[in-house]
Each structure stands twice: as structure tokens, then as C-alpha cells.
Ligand binder design. Structure first.
Ligand SMILES: [Zn+2]
Length: 287
């Protein structure tokens, strides 16, 4: 891939030097792809709303358009907002991860925290080293008498913890993908390409937008919401988000779907493992 070919065909991913050519002030012709003979990027003529809808529908063409054929400069704002949202959900003990922690650690809901605990039919045996962390997850009541400062400080603790989890997630994906890619290139001939860290963060932010679907429950969920409803909602969001991440990373690394799924399962496990251990560690450190 030469430096000149900075765009990519949205249909097949073939590098391309221009998206359109102009013939005079009002004549503009969209470039055709040399590999698949399709139009390189139909989305440059489309309304942003249509692109948004196609992104929600997990279209790989729309994902390639955003990642390769637009600047997508505001990705870092998106990144920060989404980390804040995830932090808020875990801090409020209102996310799939919190439900898992509450269930594993058997934390029963106390009066002000809306923690969700699912009764499992089997008895979970938690390793002894995890039990200490479980104690760290049991929060003091966020009642009226508790200090607002402590409450706020806990948000920062949770932010660092969530942020570390996400950085670990991104690093794991990148390292695993590069290792697997180097195996694959040996069989497939020399198809050397590297993913820049900026593009990796852009891809992550783009895929992470899928977690916005958890918002309705975060906004309108209240103490009357049955735990099962929460669980089902967050599970659906997780599954949707997982598929979006699969698609985006398949586009980014041009890897087979099965490999991407395995890498994502591994990276998600490492991420949640990090957050699970990081929060109690930081809480012990601060208080
Ligand atoms: Zn093409």
C-alpha cells in the first residue's frame, strides 16, 4: 500500500488514491474500484443520517467509509464520553459487569444502591483471592449522611479502573491480532500492513458507540425495574455491541470472523478481569 492510496474501497477494502474526480466546476465523477468494479465510496454522496442508520445496522461498507474515507477527527471526544458513560454505569452499579460482580460476590442490594443480584441455580465457588476483591466491591451506603466528597472520589476511582480496563482491552486486541496476522501472512504471501494506533482508537470509538443502547435503562430504569429486565436489556446490548466490535475489527485487521470472535472473547475477559481487580485495589489505596 503506497502513501498515495490513502482511501479504501468500501465494498472490498482495496486501497485507492481518490474517491472522485472533478471535470469542471459542476461535474464530479465517483471513482470505480479496480478490484471489484464497484463505486469506491457511495457514501460521500449520502446524507450523514443515512450513514448513521447504516452504521447502526452494522454495515461494513459504512464502517470502512468512516474509518478510511473520512477524517473522523472527533473520535477522541466520543472516546472520552463513552468511557465516562461506562464509568457512570459501573459506579451506579447498573451494568452487565456490575450484575456479574454482584452475583459472583453475592452482594445483596442495599437500600440506596440499585445493585442487581441474580439468583443462580448453582452455587458459585469463588477463589479465595477474589474474595478480598469482593469485599472491595461492597460499597458503603451512598445515603444522605455520607460525604459527597467520598461519593465523588469513588467516581474517579471507578474512572481510572474502567479506563485501565479499556486500555488493556485495546492493547490485547492489537497484540493478539498482530501475532495472528504474522502467522497468517506466512501462508498468504506478503501482505504486510500495519494498523496505526490512531486508527485503532477510531475503530474502538466507532464500535463502542453501540453501548449507547444501554442509555434508556440507565436513564429510565428505577428501583421498580425487575432485575431480570435489567439483565435481559444489558445482555442484548452486550450481544449487539459484541457483533459490532466483531465487524469493525474484521474491517480494521482484515481478519477472518472466527479469529476476531476468539480475540474479542479473550480481550473482553482480560478487560473485565482488570477492572474487577483494579477497583478494590484503588479503593484500598485511596481510603
Ligand atoms: Zn472494491
Amino acid at each position: 500500500m503506497t502513501a498515495n492510496n490513502k482511501y479504501k474501497c468500501v465494498n472490498c477494502g482495496e486501497p485507492c488514491s481518490a474517491l472522485y474526480r472533478t471535470y469542471g466546476p459542476s461535474v464530479l465523477k465517483l471513482t470505480k474500484c479496480v478490484a471489484c468494479k464497484g463505486i469506491v465510496d457511495k457514501y460521500i454522496e449520502y446524507d450523514p443520517v443515512i450513514v448513521m442508520i447504516d452504521l447502526v445496522l452494522m454495515s461494513k461498507e459504512a464502517q470502512r467509509h468512516i474509518l478510511y474515507n473520512t477524517d473522523f477527527k472527533t473520535f477522541w471526544k466520543l472516546f472520552i464520553i463513552l468511557v465516562m458513560l461506562e464509568t457512570y454505569a459501573v459506579w451506579r452499579s447498573d451494568s452487565l459487569f456490575s450484575i456479574a460482580v454482584n452475583t459472583i460476590c453475592d452482594i445483596k442490594s442495599s437500600y440506596t444502591i440499585n445493585s442487581t443480584n441474580i439468583n443462580l441455580p448453582i452455587n458459585l465457588s469463588v477463589p479465595e483471592s477474589w474474595r478480598n476483591n469482593c469485599r472491595g466491591w461492597v460499597q458503603d451506603s451512598k445515603g444522605d449522611d455520607s460525604d459527597l466528597f467520598i461519593w465523588e472520589k469513588d467516581f474517579y476511582v471507578q474512572f481510572i479502573s474502567t479506563f485501565s480496563g479499556i486500555m488493556i482491552f485495546i492493547t490485547t486486541v492489537h497484540v493478539l491480532m498482530n501475532v495472528l496476522q504474522s502467522f497468517a501472512t506466512n501462508n498468504r504471501g506478503n501482505q504486510n500492513f500495519s494498523v496505526s494506533s490512531k486508527r485503532l482508537l477510531q475503530a474502538f470509538s466507532l464500535a463502542n458507540m453501540s453501548t449507547l443502547f444501554a442509555l434508556p435503562m440507565l436513564v429510565w430504569g428505577n428501583t421498580d425495574t425487575p432485575p431480570e429486565t435489567r439483565l435481559v436489556h444489558y445482555l442484548l446490548v452486550f450481544v449487539y455491541s459484541f457483533i459490532v466490535f466483531c465487524n469493525v475489527f474484521t474491517v480494521l485487521y482484515e481478519s477472518p470472523m472466527l479469529i476476531t470472535i476468539l480475540v474479542l472473547i479473550a480481550s473482553n475477559s482480560v478487560k473485565h478481569y482488570t477492572t474487577f481487580h483494579m477497583t478494590p485495589f484503588l479503593r484500598g489505596f485511596v481510603t
